[in-house]
Design a protein around this ligand. Structure first.
Ligand code: ADP
Length: 603
């Protein structure tokens, strides 16, 4: 018996389209065919469990084999198989998906999501690499006879009887000239490792099983130990240090999502554009481009997501507006916040220990997602120069008494670099103030958010103003100089400075420097933003600083007393000291200062 036929007319244009448009993704043909084979096995075990298949199931498995001489790749399974009629129906009528019918028939009988055919592209992707495709198959049905189908990629096909004696299907690809790369063992192994490593039915190639049929994320969390999670992580990311903690996702309504997300130890050279999360659909690897599925701020996480409910093969913009994707997105956000909250509540010391590594996620999350902010504000920590950690509420309490200014604002002081700003920090601490450390990339944004979100709280860098003015109080020290003296000092220092800066005379404490340089908070922030945005690059934005002359310092009073010739030298020395304390004295000015200081020490 032999039959020739023609595949229904609307398929005519499909082969070239598949070939052309999916060229870059050519290697997925193997994923598609192996998944079909896995489906065929699962369908059979489903039938057996329903009592509709009474034969011996045996060990269900899929084998991929390569014959370099014959130039064929064969994908074999011992699953459900097909009759000649079924081939015509399922294979020839692309639009008519066998899976849909199978599902229709069995959907009320159990766990249908396990057996839905998935990618739509499926079997025909074989023609991306094969000039001719053969199917040799024997249906599981009692008394069925084996059938052979051959097609060369045109709409013509041939169907005939075959000699196959064991149940299941062989798909034989006669690899075309322009796809010879797939006739290499290592190449096939590479593709199988990429896409098929966690398929639910055993797959073997070249005498080896290539997959783990029950990967960790499909298992019940209560049965798993920390070691299991760590082991799995090391398998996924062999080069990385162990993760900080993880979240096992397991949702089946209103969308289906499983997976394990790990919080990695962040390295300095993080690349936020390269995602480390692998997206699967029913244990078949799809992509590591999860940009639109994961909330932005969690792109730095590692691990696996598995969901049949994320639409595949669709455009980016579509994905973003897909309601399942949105739900998945907010579910993940919530889970991450819950996990952090849980650790915070259960074991604060551990949470503090890990804070430095997770603070990036948390801060970024709070900045970019209102809902996350609401959850995170209770466990978000800040730490001071003594490395003591506080929640935002705790910190507010901590500094309330000494750091409330005359208008009732609580002023939080911070440093970007504790080593460089040591002098300022010590002076602040002498006054009983506390200084926070805000030294990460994201902190300039975080500082603004803290201010915006908390009423009557403002943040100032510890060098934003002189100690007296940093947290303005009602009582002010008195300037002990008359107007004329003040004016002459101002003139002298303006001439010494030679750059544009605000010069003022102020009554500071005698412990302060004779001259103090401060960088006003507002201008400094503007500058930081502009630098971050790449604005004014190379335009040499002038440093906006204020020079305060400490009228209460003996050195300043001395300047007024000495003869004119020495005045400018003393002023120069005082300014240089102030610049030095801000790390602003460099180059020739620094050398001159050192030379002058040596000279002075000899006087
Ligand atoms: P999908 O898998 O999305 O339904 P395919 O084009 O991949 O679409 O496959 C069409 C149909 O052909 C499948 O639904 C299935 O009924 C049948 N089929 C494909 N491969 C096999 C196989 N190895 N064993 C049994 N049936 C198969």
């Amino acid at each position: 018996m032999q039959e020739k036929g023609s595949i229904s007319i609307h398929t005519e244009n499909i082969f070239p389209i598949i070939k052309k448009f999916l060229y870059s993704d050519q290697e997925i043909f193997l994923r598609e065919l192996v998944s079909n084979a896995v489906d065929a096995c699962q369908k059979l075990s489903k039938l057996a469990s329903l009592g509709e298949y009474k034969g011996e199931l045996g060990e269900l498995n899929v084998t991929v084999s390569l014959d370099e001489t014959a130039k064929t790749i064969t994908i074999s399974d011992n699953g459900i198989g097909m009759t000649a009629e079924e081939i015509k129906k399922y294979i020839n009528q692309i639009a008519f998906s066998g899976a849909t019918e199978f599902l229709e028939k069995y959907k009320d009988k159990g766990d249908e999501k396990q057996i839905i055919g998935h990618f739509g592209l499926g079997f025909y992707s074989a023609f991306m690499v094969a000039g001719q495709v053969e199917i040799v198959t024997l249906s599981h049905q009692e008394g069925a006879s084996a059938a052979r189908w051959v097609c060369d990629g045109s709409t013509e096909f041939e169907i005939s009887a075959a000699a196959k004696e064991s149940r299941g299907t062989d798909i034989i690809l006669h690899v075309s000239e322009d796809a010879q790369e797939y006739l290499q063992k290592y190449r096939l192994k590479q593709i199988l490792d990429k896409y098929c490593k966690f398929l639910p039915v055993s797959v073997s190639f070249d005498g080896e099983t290539i997959n783990e049929t029950k990967p960790l994320w499909t298992r019940t969390p209560s049965e798993l130990s920390d070691d299991d999670y760590l082991k799995f992580y090391r398998e996924l990311h062999p080069m990385n240090p162990d993760p900080l903690f993880w979240i096992h996702l397991n949702v089946d309504y209103p969308f289906n999502l499983t997976g394990i997300l790990y919080f990695p130890k962040l390295k300095q050279d993080i690349d936020p554009n390269r995602s480390k999360i692998h997206l699967y659909s029913r244990q078949v690897f799809i992509t590591d481009e999860v940009k639109d599925v994961m909330p932005d701020f969690l792109m730095l996480m590692h691990g696996v997501l598995d969901s049949p409910d994320i639409p595949l093969n669709v455009s980016r913009s579509y994905l973003q507006s897909d309601s399942n994707v949105k739900k998945i997105n907010s579910h993940i956000t919530k889970k991450v916040a819950d996990k952090l909250m849980e650790i915070f509540n259960k074991d604060r010391p551990v949470f503090e220990e890990k804070w430095n590594d997770v603070s990036m996620f948390v801060k970024y999350g709070m900045l970019s997602d209102e809902k996350f902010y609401e959850r995170a504000k209770d466990f978000c920590l800040v730490s001071n120069c003594q490395k003591k950690y506080f929640t935002l509420a705790e910190y507010k309490e901590h500094v309330k008494t000494l750091q409330t200014d005359k208008d009732g604002n609580i002023v939080w002081l911070y440093t970007k670099d504790a080593a460089k700003q040591d002098l300022f920090i010590r002076q602040a601490e002498q006054k009983g103030y506390d200084v926070l450390v805000m030294d990460s990339m994201i902190d300039s944004h975080f500082v603004m958010m803290l201010e915006e979100k908390q009423e009557k709280v403002s943040l100032k860098r510890v060098d934003a103003d002189t100690m007296e003015k940093l947290i303005p109080q009602e009582v002010k020290l008195e300037v002990l100089l008359n107007q004329e003296q003040q004016d002459s000092l101002k003139k002298l220092f303006e001439a010494t400075l030679q750059t544009k800066a605000t010069v003022e005379v102020q009554a500071l404490s005698a412990e302060d420097l004779p001259v103090v340089i401060t960088l006003p908070e507002f201008f400094r922030r503007m500058q930081e933003m502009q630098q971050a945005n790449g604005m004014f690059k190379g335009m040499g934005m002038p440093e906006m600083f204020t020079l305060s002359i400490n009228s209460n310092h003996p050195a300043v009073q001395k300047i007024l007393e000495v003869e004119d010739g020495r005045k400018s030298e003393m002023a120069r020395q005082a300014v240089d000291l102030a610049l030095l304390s801000q790390g602003m004295l460099t180059g020739k000015e620094l050398t001159d200062f050192i030379k002058r200081s040596v000279q002075l020490s000899l006087n």
